[in-house]
Design a protein around this ligand. Structure first.
Ligand SMILES: *Cc1c(COP(=O)(O)O)cnc(C)c1O
Length: 807
């Protein structure tokens, strides 16, 4: 890629890139390595972005516009170059300029590292939202942490997950701007004292300085460029320390907090609360810096802190930033001299809170002694907020002591804990779920008592995905076909994809549609051959389950069904089996034993199945390592079948489900999360639904579910479970899966066993549909045509109108 071409063939953009290479990177063309070309390209493109960025900021300022602040401990951004070039509509031009330099743009795009500052769906949602906010021309800031090590890199060694640090900053990050001038003190510990004037003052024992690092976020057609502001931490220098002591606070600062540790790691968990002191410190660190920044900007632009709710909408992405409620109260009362009541009114009007999980183990709460030691002033404010909340509750009808205990910000059962979800609920004017079923369950389960007290607060905002990254950029073949068929309107309004509906009945369109899917599969086959030595048949049905490994997502159900299918193929080789490729990918939290064992099981099953010549390649299984945004962008367009098989009632929404359907895969899924709404949009005939409903799951659990009887009553299931339990797939360690399988016999909390027969039947129904090619292709086209509603532009427009008041 480094052949230097003759100078006369070069246009101005090529010259600009070389100029950047020489003057900013300090390399000449002969010495430049691929990463140097990448950095030179990004820095060159960035100039244009920066100009639009400043225009956007100036325009918002001049208009006195209300700003949206999206606070999230995770932003799962992935790569940015292709996304930025596509949204600027400059990709062809840049590719041409690089070609003049003998450099291939796709190869540069491929070596950019994934910004993996998140675990999974919650972080990816934040990234899609940032892009849609800019696309809809809404002035917005994302606030989070600039982790030095984002999500770990997963390597598979002998079938086991190994976690390696992800060094995404190894080559620097040409997208970001460090803003040393935008820096705030964040204190921890110490004590609260009353001064002579009767004002309360918090004297922290430790402090760090939070420094802003800004990344521009380019919207579609570069209508607007917003800011993703991630905080890094530095130790206070002695001069600033002195100012800190004399200014805001009296008293001496003891040990300085070691700043680097605060931003070193992303906690490798979702769906479970992390529960470590460092995690609470991270949450307060980024919340405090963000709220200080928001308050500072408001006062600077508008003068009067009392108008904050008119000019700022702060959205809390789950409870990780919930301490922001207490932090804003602290600033309003202690620094801006407002009364408690006035501060509380402003706080509630400013915040919205998005809930992402109903799993009790994932609801954040902090041991009260820890919270009080780290944040003594916030503890006082939490007590004061709680007193007010419980006073209001006691005035309402029918609120008994059980309800009071459930509403309280403090969990008094056992070790006392601060409930972050209740704090976020109390401190926000809007509390939203992320899919219709999830919102309904919020009202009837975790927030039932708070909902009775504040019946207007809970609302639904079904998640979405940005169709730029998840259709146009990851699936250029399909995008070109759609554009040719129905024009370009869908790229500004995804709902216009419905113009494809009649095309589903056009045989020649179906052929071309299918040819593109096949080409995407061939590209994936080549990638997997090169990356892991796999040999796959692109004409087989590609059955894909890629997402975090978690028991509620039920990769185990899929693996057990795979074992049962393998058994059936061997027992009945004469039948007309549909050739299948089962693909898995996903990371397990490092401390999650069963999830890691499930990865090993997928690999053990793959080894056995793939090396059995008797099934004649009818079934192949592979676990693809290191699932991340870039791998999703590769695998989603190549999928025929999308596995969305969580235990009903446990997946809040899902967004992976949306990516697949938008790219023409059929969904096999339970009536859970957004699957229900996907079914409503694509139509019952174009999705395969199976299994217990959320109500049935709850009823079964309440009735005393006996999985052992179910297993013993199903020949196929007991054969598969017993084969795994007895070591058929793990001859080197026959007991490896004994406990995992015993768990199914004894408790089976996730209802794998209860749903097995229904799932197997659904899979055979998939086979039958696949065998009818025209019918299958028709369904896949209708999926694409009807998925426009799941654009995150629609989701953000709903937040903007109904929660933030900015549209
Ligand atoms: C979309 C996405 C997710 C969320 O997937 P679900 O199937 O909804 O859990 C997780 N990780 C990555 C990298 C994604 O792109």
């Amino acid at each position: 890629m480094l052949t230097v071409t003759n100078d006369t063939a070069r246009g101005p953009l090529a010259h600009a890139i070389v100029d950047t290479l020489v003057h900013r990177i300090g390399k000449d063309e002969h010495a430049a390595l691929p990463h140097d070309w990448l950095a030179a390209t990004i820095l060159t493109v960035r100039n244009e972005i920066v100009e639009r960025w400043m225009d956007s900021t100036r325009a918002a300022h001049a208009a006195g516009a209300k700003r949206v602040y999206y606070l999230s401990l995770e932003f799962l951004i992935g790569r940015l170059l292709r996304d930025a070039l596509a949204n600027l509509a400059r990709r062809d031009e840049v590719a041409e300029a690089l070609a003049q330099l003998g450099v291939a743009l796709p190869e540069l795009e491929e070596i950019e590292s994934d910004a993996a500052l998140g675990n999974g769906g919650l972080g990816r949602l934040a990234a899609c939202f940032m892009e849609s906010l800019a696309t809809l021309d809404l002035p917005a800031y994302g606030y989070g942490i600039r982790y030095v090590n984002g999500m770990f890199r997963q390597r598979i060694d002998d079938g086991w997950q190994t976690e390696l640090p992800e060094t995404w900053l190894a080559h620097g990050n040409p997208w970001e701007f460090e803003r040393r001038e935008s820096a705030y003190f964040v204190g921890f510990g110490g004590e609260v004292i009353g001064t002579e004037q009767g004002v309360v003052q918090w004297v922290p024992a430790e402090a760090v300085e939070a420094v802003a690092v800004d990344t521009p976020v380019v919207g579609w057609r570069a209508r607007r460029v917003n800011t993703l502001r991630l905080w890094t931490a530095i130790s206070l220098d002695p001069f600033k320390l002195d100012a800190f002591n004399r200014g805001d606070f009296q008293g001496a600062l003891a040990d300085q907090l070691r700043a680097e540790t605060l931003v070193r790691v992303l906690y490798p968990n979702d769906s479970t609360a992390a529960g470590q002191e460092l995690r609470l410190r991270q949450e307060y660190f980024f919340s405090s810096a963000s709220i200080q920044d928001i308050v500072r900007r408001h006062v600077q632009y508008f003068g009067d802190i009392r108008t904050l709710p008119d000019k700022a909408a702060i959205q809390l992405n789950d409870t990780h930033p919930a301490v922001s409620v207490a932090e804003l109260m602290r600033l309003l009362i202690d620094h801006h001299d407002l009364s408690f009541d006035e501060a509380w009114g402003i706080t509630q009007k400013t915040f919205g809170y998005t809930n992402h999980t109903l799993l009790p183990e994932a609801l954040e709460s902090w041991p009260l002694p820890l919270f009080e030691r780290l944040l003594p002033r916030h503890m006082q404010l939490v007590y004061a907020i709680n007193a007010r909340l419980l006073r209001e509750a006691r005035k309402a009808d029918g609120v008994d002591e059980r309800a009071i205990a459930a509403i309280s910000l403090i969990d008094e059962g056992g070790e006392r804990r601060v409930r972050m979800a209740n704090l976020a609920f109390a401190g926000a004017h809007s509390v939203n779920g992320v899919a219709a079923l999830h919102t309904q369950l919020m009202k009837s389960t975790v927030f039932a008592d708070l909902h009775r007290l504040y019946p207007d607060r809970i609302n639904n905002k079904t998640n979405g995905i940005t169709p730029r990254r998840w259709l146009q950029e990851c699936n250029p073949g399909l995008t070109a076909l759609v554009r040719e068929a129905i024009g370009d309107g869908f790229s500004d309004d995804a709902l216009k994809l419905t113009a494809l509906v009649p095309m589903a009945d056009d045989a020649s369109f179906r052929e071309r549609f299918a040819a593109i899917k096949r080409a995407n599969k061939v590209a994936l086959v080549h990638h997997l051959r090169d990356a892991m030595g796999l040999r796959l048949d692109p004409d087989a049905l590609f059955d894909v389950q890629i997402k975090r490994i978690h028991e509620y997502k039920r990769q185990l159900l899929n693996i057990i069904e795979t074992v049962a299918l393998y058994d059936q193929i061997r027992s009945h080789p004469e039948r007309d089996w549909v050739p299948r490729v089962k693909l898995f990918a996903g990371k397990a939290a490092s401390s999650y034993h069963n999830a890691k064992l499930i990865i090993k099981l997928a690999n053990d099953v793959a080894r056995r199945v793939n090396s059995d010549p008797s099934i004649d390649g009818l079934l192949k299984v592979a676990f693809v390592p290191n699932y991340n945004v870039s791998l999703a962008e590769r695998m989603v367009p190549a999928a025929d079948l999308s596995e969305q098989i969580s235990t009903a009632g446990m997946e809040a929404s899902g967004t992976g489900n949306m990516k697949f359907a938008l790219n023409g895969a059929l969904t096999i899924g339970t009536l859970d999360g957004a699957n229900i709404e996907i079914k409503d949009h694509v139509g019952d005939d174009h999705i395969v639904i199976f299994g217990l409903t959320a109500d049935e799951v709850a009823a079964k659990r309440a009735d005393g579910y006996r999985p052992r009887e179910v297993i013993e009553g199903s020949k196929e299931l007991s054969q598969a479970v017993n084969a795994i339990a007895s070591g058929v797939f793990s001859p080197d360690d026959p007991n490896r899966y004994r406990d995992l399988m015993n768990g199914l016999y004894d408790s089976d909390w996730f209802m794998v066993v209860a749903d097995f027969d229904s799932y197997t039947a659904a899979q055979r129904q998939v086979d039958a549909r696949w065998a009818d090619r025209d019918r299958w292709r028709r369904s896949t086209i209708l999926n694409v045509a009807n998925m426009g509603w799941f654009s995150s532009d629609r989701t953000i427009a709903e937040y903007a109108r109904e929660i933030w008041g900015v549209m």
